[in-house]
Design a protein around this ligand. Structure first.
Ligand code: GLP
Length: 274
């Protein structure tokens, strides 16, 4: 696991966007070679989407041959509800870039049969050739996508009841009223994300510090589902200084000492043309 520690959330979002651009360029997508990208919603990746739009406008990346798969969606929230992840993705990202609408995949939380919908999504990912890079965010309780504490670490896409902590954390998007937050969601499983060739998880702010500590310094534990990624061969945890507050000074110094190595991963960003 790589732990990339940067001073501020802005630097985290810029680094993540540059890394994605670099990965896509290296992959050289084309009409018969799509890059499959897993995406999160939430406040953390918002800056990354802004940066990616900037890079698209500057001609540094095209999304024409990229397929996206979002991690999760609330149950019973229509696509045009301002708090649905569909709405979030279209408003904050898709409508500003050259991605084809048919290549933007999200779970349908309004599906008549939610289990069929989850199975459809798993098959779609599988039939598309798997995800090349899954970008994720985490909740303060260490959940990845909506894999709440106690989720199976080999879980697949399914319906999940949301934990009280998640309802409270996400109430800010529903007029501060946690009663308005949908009580369940469709989510890719931990196993679904683990199958991606590469995973990059964005962690910013002190509210995520305990989760980062559990993910990095303690063992794999289903109560902190993000810790499963210790067993993934290619995971980058990308965090800001505030998120490291529960880590040992020794851990922080160790990973910061590797920063020049980590920065090599994005060093060609300004040199190469798409
Ligand atoms: C929700 C989503 C997660 C997201 C998390 C953190 O619970 N299901 O995918 O990572 O929120 O959101 P934020 O970035 O707003 O803290």
């Amino acid at each position: 696991m790589r732990l990339v520690i940067l001073p501020t959330p802005n630097e985290v979002t810029e680094w993540s966007a540059k890394y994605l651009v670099q990965k896509v360029r290296d992959f050289k997508p084309g009409p018969n070679r799509y890059f499959n990208l897993g995406l999160p919603s939430g406040s953390t990746p918002m800056g990354m989407y802004k940066k990616l739009i900037e890079f698209f406008i500057a001609g540094k990346i095209s999304f024409k041959f990229i397929r996206t798969f979002n991690m999760d969606e609330y149950v019973d929230l229509p696509e045009d509800h301002p708090q649905s992840f569909h709405y979030y993705m279209w408003q904050n990202f898709f409508k500003h870039i050259d991605i084809k609408p048919e290549n933007c995949n999200l779970l349908n939380g309004m599906a008549e049969d939610l289990e069929v919908e989850c199975a459809r999504y798993e098959k779609l990912i599988h039939d598309s050739g798997g995800i090349h890079l899954f970008i994720g965010g985490i909740g303060p309780d260490g959940h990845i996508a909506f894999n709440e504490p106690g989720s199976s670490l080999v879980s697949r896409t399914r319906v999940k009841t949301l934990a009280q902590a998640t309802l409270e954390a996400n109430a800010r998007f529903f007029d501060g009223d946690f009663n308005k937050v949908p009580k369940s969601a469709l989510t890719v499983g931990v196993g679904t994300v683990m199958d991606a060739a590469e995973v990059m998880i964005l962690v910013t702010g002190v509210s995520k510090a305990m989760a980062l500590y559990k993910a990095v310094e303690e063992g794999v534990n289903h109560m902190w589902t993000v810790s499963a990624f210790q067993q993934h061969p290619r995971t980058i945890l990308l965090c800001d200084d505030s998120a490291t507050q529960e880590l040992k000074v020794k851990t922080v110094n160790y990973f910061k000492g590797l920063n020049s190595l980590h920065n090599k991963l994005i060093e060609n960003f300004d040199k190469e043309e798409p």
